[in-house]
Design a protein around this ligand. Structure first.
Ligand SMILES: [Mg+2]
Length: 232
């Protein structure tokens, strides 16, 4: 069978919801921040957080909001909807600190990294997040040593899905040949469409099962990280 990944030497991997389970990390962090603030969270708090958070990150990916702006408005929007009277910026600061220490694995993440290392791929993480936060979380997860470098929107100076992010990440990694790179990630908007438009191969970890809405963009679509071991 033809293997479209035969020339791959460099692997860029998204972090949140690809290697680390952001839902579980956020859940643990918001509960800790709420306990510190002495506020009681409503029952549907996690769903509310993810709805507001996802819509804000879509705006970041679309270029109409910056990450620092997101941090200023995220919890104020959530508290506004939940009818909670608390300073969202103060809460965000505690939440981010907690999040920086959270490192819940996605199932199969460690096995995948071990597999890629054993096959001698050069690995770079690639995420839209603060640099120190991702370094701490990957270290806590026990994943830091698998990577040659940790790339974030902060260290690269551009955000996924922009062309600049992938261009600069390749340049920083000293990678000249697009055909030798693959991007692995869970977000169609941030990871897959951006990397595909830039011209590198992609593996979409489509846990939500929405790949039929975007046919022909990802090089390959998988449901679980374990399937990638059959590709790379
Ligand atoms: Mg992600």
């Amino acid at each position: 069978m033809y293997n479209e990944f035969i020339n791959i030497k460099t692997v860029f991997i998204d972090v949140d919801d690809t290697l680390l389970d952001f839902g579980r990390c956020a859940s643990v962090s918001m509960r800790a921040a709420a306990a510190a603030a002495e506020i009681t969270l409503p029952e549907d708090f996690e769903a509310l957080f993810h709805r507001v958070n996802n819509s804000l990150w879509k705006r970041v990916e679309g270029g109409s909001l910056t990450v620092p702006e997101l941090y200023k408005i995220r919890w104020n929007l959530i508290f506004g909807e939940a009818g909670i009277d608390f300073d969202g910026v103060a809460f965000e600061n505690v939440f981010l600190k907690e999040l920086a220490g959270s490192a819940e694995h996605v199932i199969g993440a460690e096995e995948l990294l071990e597999h890629l290392k054993s096959r001698n791929y050069v690995l770079y993480s690639a995420s839209n997040a603060p640099q120190l936060q991702q370094e701490k979380r990957l270290a806590k997860a026990g994943f830091l040593n698998y990577f040659k470098e940790i790339f974030t929107s902060e260290s690269v100076g551009a955000q996924k899905p922009s062309r600049e992010f992938f261009e600069k990440a390749m340049a920083l990694g000293g990678v000249a040949d697009k055909d030798s790179c693959v991007m692995i990630g869970d977000s169609f908007e941030a990871d897959i469409s951006g990397a595909a438009a830039f011209g590198i191969k992609t593996v979409w970890v489509d846990r939500k099962g929405v790949s039929a809405e975007h046919p022909g963009v990802a090089t390959r679509v998988v449901k679980e990280l374990g399937e990638i071991k059959g590709l790379l």
